[in-house]
Design a protein around this ligand. Structure first.
Ligand SMILES: [Zn+2]
Length: 277
């Protein structure tokens, strides 16, 4: 785990933590390959292609990337030497053969229950909002943590997002744990009490619930949501084409965020605006 990347502050920009050039259909053709860097030019070509990079060994003899079928075709054209390590994320993480590993992470249903539990337990400092629906009709939840949560107060607003990419499971857990930490410690920790009273913190742990349920990077239309924002997008021909990103945009325009973090899980890096390259 590792990734916090600053995402859109105004709803018109995006972080692009690990861009890829093309996308696959829902849950399909998302292989993990090891590309040998025997040719000195290969590394630069890999970087320029905007692969989603999972691993680079210290001596740069190989790089492990996440690819679509189109990427494979491109690598063949380029004459790369590569090896397919896994057919998909589930195989790589052994979720297919050991489903218990997958159950360690919070599903959409479990997330919904927990967020409702937070609101029920701490109604004075937490309110759950429906920010919009995913392609398949799941609710994109936004939990507002502040004193007087039903009132729009003149306080700095902060947004914490997780799971733009549905297969980055840990990116749900940290925003959710942060929510629990804030509400559980509100009554006993003056520092937390100050954070909650003097700010409005929005926690959106699962931007891409359909992708989470299908264990895919993409949403149910096969779109990489983190390439669907409105600043310097170059993967697709248009932006804000998906209900999930439109919900985040609307929410951003309705609020005045001074800070936003978007959690991902593809490297030990912190990206900050305007990190489209
Ligand atoms: Zn990601």
């Amino acid at each position: 785990m590792g990734i916090t990347s600053f995402q859109s502050l105004a709803g018109v920009t995006t972080s692009t933590d690990h861009p890829i050039q093309s996308h696959s259909t829902f849950g399909e053709n998302e292989q993990i390959v090891k590309i040998m860097l025997s040719e000195s030019s290969t590394f630069g070509e890999v970087i320029n292609h905007d692969f989603s990079i999972l691993e680079i060994d210290a001596s740069k003899t190989y790089v492990v990337v996440y690819v679509s079928l189109t990427d494979i075709e491109w690598m063949d054209v380029m004459g790369f030497s590569y090896e397919i390590l896994y057919e998909n994320y589930a195989e790589m993480n052994r979720w297919d053969t050991n489903p218990a590993l997958l159950r360690d992470f919070t599903s959409y249903a479990a997330l919904t229950t927990q967020l409702q539990d937070i609101e029920d337990t701490y109604p004075d400092i937490a309110k759950l909002y429906d920010l919009g629906q995913s392609v398949q009709g799941r609710t994109i939840w936004g939990l507002k943590i502040t004193d007087n949560p039903t009132v729009e107060e003149d306080e700095p607003e902060v947004r914490i997002c997780g799971c733009h990419h549905g297969n980055e499971l840990m990116s749900v857990e940290l925003p959710l744990l942060l929510a629990w930490y804030l509400v559980d410690n509100y009554g006993s920790d003056p520092y937390i009490e100050g954070l909650v009273n003097d700010r409005e913190t929005w926690i959106i742990p699962m931007v891409n619930p359909d992708g989470r349920e299908a264990n895919t990077r993409y949403n149910a239309n096969g779109i990489d949501l983190n390439r669907d924002y409105g600043y310097m997008w170059d993967v697709y021909s248009d932006c804000y084409t998906q209900p999930e990103t439109r919900a985040i945009r609307t929410h951003a325009l309705d609020n005045n965020f001074v800070l936003s973090l978007s959690f991902h899980t593809s490297g030990d890096i912190v990206n900050y605006i305007w990190n489209y390259k």
